[in-house]
Design a binder for this molecule. Sequence first.
Ligand code: AMP
Length: 215
Amino acid sequence: MAGTLTLALTKGRILAETLPLLARAGIEPAEDIASSRKLVFPSNRPGLRLLVLRGTDVPTYVRHGAADLGVVGKDMLLEQGAEGLYEPLDLGIARCRLMTAAPAGWRPTGSRVRVATKFVNVARRHFAARGMQADIIKLYGAMELAPTMGLADLIVDIVDSGNTLRANGLEPLEEIATVSSRLVVNKASLRAAHEPITELLGALEAALPADGLAA
Ligand code: AMP
């Protein structure tokens, strides 16, 4: 839509933390996102509409210009690469860590490990940097089940409180990266719609907590 900016949001936990931030920036969806099955929402800000997508799809929409901007976890950007995207703002929300985890007490016996994860690129880089040979097994969910069922030695997954790991007899090993949600912008959109995008970035930046926690 000419003159309309599209901001793609990540559904779930990130959305729950994004909506209050948008509200502080004066941006409200025209209807209640949480109770709707729609995926596209007009907003109260003229010329801005919101999309609600899975996190894995947000960088794709923004990279191809199907959305001009997006809110997405750094874990997705590390996994998918940030080609075609600017990453101007760390929103400081949905903080967590990308970690390796294994059954309590597990230690590697050689240089070869079996790793179950949905973050195959992150995992490959991590183990290659340690000179370890990793057989990566791609999963789409319930990573923490894989070691118990003998599918893998360890996992690479997102850890927040660590409760999910503990509940499945796993313990965190190494931190690969700290994660928070980022605002990403399509590079061509930024050139074509520099003024409205810069204004929107300014409004969002002003809405971030001033205590430095969002840095
Ligand atoms: P926890 O049990 O608190 O360590 O949470 C771990 C699980 O919650 C992980 O398996 C993730 O799938 C999910 N999770 C926690 N924090 C986030 C986040 N910031 N973004 C996406 N998923 C998350």
